[in-house]
Structure formats: C-alpha cells, structure tokens
Design a protein around this ligand. Structure first.
Ligand code: SF4
Length: 316
C-alpha cells in the first residue's frame, strides 16, 4: 500500500536550510502499514541549502519568489510540480501526506506576502499541493500538521484504507452480486459519514436504469470515493451504534440493555472512546453469531494497532 509523502517528513535533509521535518507518527507508526513514495519538488530544481522561497501577491497574481524578493521562480516551481503530479498516476498511491505551511507542499493556510512591505496572510496553497489536489480530487490528501488532530487522523486513515479497498475490489472485475456484498460491508462506515451518501450508493447498486456493469462500477467508484472523503460525526456514529444494537436487543436481558445503552451515551458525551463500545458490541455479535454484522467493516476498518479509536477526541 503506497503513500505519497513530502520527503522532508521522512527525515530527508531537503529543506531550504539543509534540515528536515521528520514526523514521528509517519515514520514510526505508519511505516508498518505503508510503503512511502517520497516527493520533493524543490530538491529537483534547487540546491540544498538554498534561499527560502515564498508566495507573493503581485496585483491579482500569486508568484513564487526567493524570500529576499530578488528572483521569481514561479515557472520553475510550477513546471516541476506539474511533472511530479503527472508521475503520481504511475505510482498507484492510496493517499498523500504533505508538509504543512510550505509554499510548495502546503495544502492550506500557506502565507502569502504582499509585494511591498506589510503583513502576510495565511490564505495560500502550495504550488505542488494545488497541482495534486486539482489533478486527483478524490485522492485522500492531508498535511502532517492536521494529523495531530485525532478526529482528522481517524477520518484520513479510514479514507485511505477504504480507498485501497475499493481499488483492490475493482481489480477483480466484480459482478453486480459482488458489488452488492462490497456495498453492504461498507453500510455502517458510510452511515457514520452521511445517510444520504449511502442512499445514493444504494441507488447506483439497485440500477433502476438498467445500465451495463462497467458503467455501474464506474458510477459506484466515483460516488464511493466522494462518500469516504466526508468526515464522520459523533451523532452519526452514535446512530450507527443504535442500529447495530437493534440486531440483538431482543435477545438480551434488561440489565444488559441498560448497560450497553449507558455505554453508548458515555461515548456520545465524550467520556469513553469508541473502541470501548466496539469491544462490547463484538462480544454480543460473537455470542449471537450475527454474520451480517461480522462482515461490517465499521467494526474493523483498519489495523487495530493504529489505535485510532482509542481517543475520545477522535469523534466530534
Ligand atoms: S516541504 Fe516539500 S518542497 Fe519543501 S523540503 Fe519538504 S518536500 Fe521538499
């Protein structure tokens, strides 16, 4: 499973000052699950160390200039960014992590300086980041800075693993029956993001317009990639828990019902993490051997060692 990464995040000494921006979560945690494909546009066109570059507003245009303002390097940075963005399609990536704040790699809130003296504004997008966002609008992309937020981190990793799963699934040239199975296994992951999105996916699978399988699969892929790019919410996740509970509530006693519903409320109030609730649900799913729920990816969306559901902050 390949992940594109801004090289300096891996510890490569390619920053303008000859240093790196190694990120421990990426190098120590994600390295067990992903093969990293490093990209550093600046290293390919400048020497290291080098004069820093910045985004500068010139009338209505954003230019890239050296920080002393003497050299305009816009064309060079745009050309290499386009070239690398084109190469990405050969790399079979399932996501990308960009270096925040960089005039080349920053995904958002990059400083834009005025051409004369004055304050910068954090409203820019790095040249390379802009290129890959435009070229691959459905590729999961995040910045290392934002991944410090447990909620964004959980959503991003969920998106990456789902992205990988749909492409692996499509490689087998599935039948409509297999598509139904895939769709069903994602029911509660999508529910936790948007009921509407699940309904739209269901309409594609139902195929009322009698389209051919190839078109259905293409439509489904597009809608699925959009759906998994949505962020989940604590209230939708709470509703999913109630749905799952509905499969065995008639088979448990009053005390057990009270206990599990209290656990859901504690999750909703941010007192306990989702993993604690899932553990209890899994006990009942095993006890009553509920095959339909065992197949739900919501209960097992990515390697548990990533521990993304162990923090109460991962849901909001
Ligand atoms: S932010 Fe991007 S361009 Fe700058 S050093 Fe890191 S990888 Fe290279």
């Amino acid at each position: 499973m390949k992940l594109g990464i801004s090289s300096c995040l891996l510890g490569t000494m390619c920053r303008f000052d000859g240093g790196h921006s190694r990120d421990r979560f990426i190098t120590d945690m994600l390295s067990d699950y992903f093969e990293f494909v490093p990209y550093c546009p600046e290293k390919m066109i400048f020497t290291t160390p080098r004069e820093a570059i910045r985004l500068v507003k010139n009338d209505d245009e954003i230019r890239v200039k050296t920080s002393n303002g003497n050299v305009d390097v816009t064309q060079k940075v745009e050309d290499i960014s386009k070239q690398l963005a084109n190469e990405i399609q050969n790399d079979d990536l399932c996501g990308f992590i960009l270096k925040s704040k960089s005039p080349t790699c920053g995904m958002e809130r990059v400083k834009i300086y005025p051409s004369d003296k004055g304050m910068s504004e954090k409203v820019g997008v790095g040249v390379f980041a802009k290129e890959i966002k435009e070229k691959y609008p459905l590729l999961p992309i995040e910045e290392e800075g934002r991944l410090g937020d447990a909620w964004l981190r959980e959503n991003f990793l969920m998106q990456i693993f789902s992205y990988k799963n749909i492409f692996e699934f499509l490689k087998i040239n599935p039948s409509i029956k297999e598509l139904v199975e895939f769709h069903t296994s994602y029911k509660y992951i999508i529910y936790a993001k948007s009921h509407q999105a699940y309904k739209e996916l269901g309409n594609i699978v139902a195929n009322h317009e009698k389209k051919d399988t190839k078109t259905i699969l293409e439509d489904y892929k597009h809608a699925f990639l959009n759906a998994i790019s949505l962020k989940g919410s604590i209230s939708n996740t709470y509703n999913v828990l109630l749905h799952l509970y509905g499969y065995f509530k008639k088979d448990i006693n009053k005390d057990e019902k009270t206990e599990i519903l209290e656990t859901f409320e504690e999750f909703k109030s941010g007192l306990i993490p989702l993993i604690a609730v899932i553990k209890i649900l899994n006990l009942y799913i095993k006890r009553f051997d509920i095959e339909y729920l065992k197949a739900q990816r919501f209960l097992n969306p990515y390697p548990k060692e990533l521990a993304l559901r162990s923090k109460v902050e991962a849901y909001r």
